[in-house]
Each structure stands twice: as C-alpha cells, then as structure tokens.
Ligand binder design. Structure first.
Ligand SMILES: Cc1cc2nc3c(=O)[nH]c(=O)nc-3n(C[C@H](O)[C@H](O)[C@H](O)COP(=O)(O)OP(=O)(O)OC[C@H]3O[C@@H](n4cnc5c(N)ncnc54)[C@H](O)[C@@H]3O)c2cc1C
Length: 384
C-alpha cells in the first residue's frame, strides 16, 4: 500500500462494500480505510424482508464479518467507529476525540429511519429495521411471539407483511394512505397487491394512524386515530427513511434531500464524494440497489484516476411480495401522460404513456410481472 493519505469510505453497507470491490478491480494497491458505526458485517439489505420466505435466520443473511471483508479486500476496516464530523480544510474525519486523514473521502453512510413520536409506554416493543443489527434484534424479540403490527404500507411495510405471514405470524398493517405503496404504484397495481396480501391473511387498517402504544401484558395495545384498538406482541415502524445529511451540512457540504453530488459523485467540497442512500445524485434520491451499483462502478474509476460520470439506465424495482409478484418503474416525476391499465384480478399491466404513445413507466403484477424485462427496454433511461 502507498504512504499517501488513503481513500476513506464511511459506511459498510452495499454502497461502501460495492465501491471497495470496484476500486480493487481497478487498483489492487490503493490504500483504503473503511470506517463504520456498525459491526461491519457484509450482507444484502434487500434480503432482510425475505427471512421467513427463504427460511433464514438473521445470521444466515450475513455474508462476511468485518475481519473477513478487510482481508478479502486488502484494506483497513474500523468497525464500531462513528464519524462525528468532517474537517474538509484539514482533509480529516473527526471520530470523537480522534482524527483520521483522508486523501479522498467517500460518504456512503446511508439513511436514517424516520421515527414517529407516538404517545404511550410501549415504545420498547417498536422496531425499525434498516440494517442487519436491527433485524437480529427484531428476530430475537420475535421468538415465541405471534402477532406483529406494521406501521406503514410502503414497499418495506408490505414486504415485511408478506414475509411475516409466510412465517405464520398474524399481521396488521396500519397506514394513513388509502392505498398501498402510494407514490410508487398506480392504484390498480396497489389494489392487486392488497388483494394478494389480504388473501394471505394480512389485515389492513388504512386511512388512519397509530395514536397511542401502551404496554399490555407481554405485548402492546395500539389505539388508532379512528378509535380501533389492536393488540400485538411487536410493532414494526416502516414509515420512511431520510438521507443522512446533518454532518455533511455541518461541514459546509451542499445538501438538499440528500448530500448533493453531480454525476461524477462529487460533493460541493473538493475530494469529498457521496453515493447510496445518503446521496442526491444529479437531483435524484433513489434509495435502491441498482442506482448505488452504477454509482460505485463510476466512482471507482474516478478515484483511481479516470474521472467518470454515472449514467442511470432504466431502473425497475421488484417488490418482494411473492403472494402477488410486482415490478414497477415509475414515470419521471411530473411526466405528462396517463396510465393505460389492463387488469384481470391480481394480474395488472399498467403502462404510463406520453401523448405520443411512448411508454414512460410501468407497473406489472401477478402473471404480468414477468414482462418486467421486456417493458424495461421500452422505457427511456433516466440519463439518456
Ligand atoms: C427491508 C429492506 C428491503 C429492501 N429491499 C430492496 C430491494 O428489493 N431492492 C432495492 O433495490 N432496494 C431495496 N432496499 C433498499 C436498499 O437495500 C438500500 O438502498 C441500500 O442497501 C442502501 O445501502 P447504503 O450502503 O447506501 O446504506 P446502508 O446500508 O444504510 O449503510 C450505511 C452504512 O453507514 C454507516 N454509518 C452511518 N452513519 C455513520 C457514521 N456517522 N459514522 C460511521 N458510519 C456510519 C452504517 O453503520 C452503515 O454501515 C431495501 C431496504 C430495506 C430496509
């Protein structure tokens, strides 16, 4: 390894590890240090909502420990180490009382879960699941329990609902919207997924919210705004994520919905880059795997000497609700056009077409879900 200040990557999620792997493809000897607040285990986050369906315990979803990854990638990895600040002028990261010099700094530190402040003494029964450590804690608490209430009917809430039913748990989903995955799925596709989940036994309580969570015996009693009362052993809070921007903003980096970067993943401050759930790339905050992989490939080239801009292609999202397989590629925000829907029960093909007839987005469920690949070829890429 060279004696120059290293490339420092903050975060060992999919963004951090994918970037490190991509750098190693370009340069076997670049000096890399990874810093992470968690235990540094490598795992695929999308698998967290498939544990019961795939019959896997939390530990079986882990792919490699921090030590294994450090050795495989030939780098220094500092686990359980929280970054508390960035000093761009000194080219240093602040780690509590310590400082760590960087040549290039990459922020891959993800997003925070949004926690609602709900009244009541039952908060210790409420779990947010956004990493493997969260999932381990949830699975431990779930042992011997039967009933789970999920707050939120977005992609993650719906996936956990399906997975927990596959594990034979009773599931209630509470959400303020009148449909599932609003903003992601058009109504007919959302209705198909809801019908699939209901057939599986999931109970929905839509157009209301949880007002109060009180301890009751070993579990909790939820009081909803519509007056309904539900008993549960555990609660999952899946009400959304917010890109981590605070430390970046405090260090003078431009932030908006995420840490603002251009297509070369450069922040507004020299030698500092960002990708993954924390980044707003050329105006896009896309909290999915495909965009971060594309970013990691481009950034690895930039960091090893060939400045490269990311190009986002068409990026469909698979919703892991096996009771009603679903794929969606939302049209660009503000696109003009309308949905054209063909529906037969839980089989829905919804195409968002411009007036010219061009397909700008789609949502397919049930037997039409297999058309995802063919339709993806029709939709224009995000970056032409
Ligand atoms: C249940 C679930 C299912 C999903 N399913 C899909 C799917 O099917 N398809 C899809 O495309 N996407 C899916 N996603 C989204 C996808 O998994 C994420 O977009 C992606 O994993 C984000 O990776 P990341 O590395 O950017 O962030 P993270 O995985 O959150 O990693 C952030 C890292 O930064 C570290 N960190 C944070 N703050 C600090 C600090 N101050 N100091 C040091 N370290 C810090 C953390 O410890 C962690 O190592 C899913 C997400 C969830 C929660």
């Amino acid at each position: 390894m060279s004696t120059e200040a290293p490339i420092v990557i903050v975060g060992t999620g999919l963004s951090g590890y994918t970037l490190a792997k991509e750098i190693r493809k370009q340069d076997e000897n670049a000096s890399i240090v990874m810093v992470t607040a968690d235990d540094g285990f490598s795992y695929s986050k999308p698998m967290l909502s498939t544990g019961f369906t795939k019959g896997k315990e939390a530990d079986e979803l882990a792919q490699g420990s921090a030590e294994t990854m450090a050795e495989q990638l030939n780098l220094e990895l500092r686990a359980y180490t929280t970054v508390t600040g960035i000093d761009p002028d000194a080219h240093e990261l602040v780690l509590g009382d310590e400082r760590l010099a960087y040549g290039k700094l990459v922020l891959a530190w993800g997003a925070d879960v949004i926690r609602l402040s709900i009244k009541g003494d039952g908060q210790e029964h409420v779990f947010s699941i956004n990493d493997l450590m969260d999932y381990r804690a949830f699975r431990r608490a779930l042992q011997g329990r039967k009933k789970v209430a999920i707050m939120g009917a977005g992609l993650i809430g719906c996936e956990f609902a399906n997975d927990l039913r596959n594990g034979d748990y009773e599931v209630d989903v509470i959400a303020p919207s009148d449909a599932l995955m609003p903003g992601l799925l058009p109504p007919p596709a959302a209705e198909a997924v809801r019908s699939g989940l209901e057939e599986l036994g999931v109970r929905f309580h839509l157009e209301t919210v949880v007002d109060h969570i009180a301890t009751r015996g070993d579990g909790v009693r939820l009081t909803l705004a519509n007056g309904e009362k539900l008993d549960a052993d555990l609660v999952i809070s899946a009400v959304g994520l917010r890109s981590r921007t605070e430390l970046a903003a405090a260090a003078g980096l431009e932030t908006n919905r995420g840490i603002v970067v251009n297509r070369a993943l450069e922040t507004s401050v020299p030698d500092v880059y960002a990708l993954g759930d924390c980044a707003e790339v050329d105006g896009h905050v896309l909290l999915y795997v495909m965009p971060l992989m594309a970013c990691a490939r481009a950034l690895a080239k930039t960091l090893t000497g060939e400045r490269t801009e990311v190009r986002y292609g068409t990026m469909p999202v698979m919703v892991k609700t096996p009771c009603c397989p679903t794929a969606v590629c939302p049209p660009p925000p503000g696109a003009s056009g309308s949905w054209h829907v063909e529906a037969d029960g839980q089989d829905v093909r919804a195409l968002f077409k411009a007036d010219s007839g061009e397909v700008l987005g789609f949502a397919v469920t049930g037997r039409f879900a297999v058309e995802k690949q063919a339709l993806s070829k029709e939709v224009p890429p995000i970056h032409p």
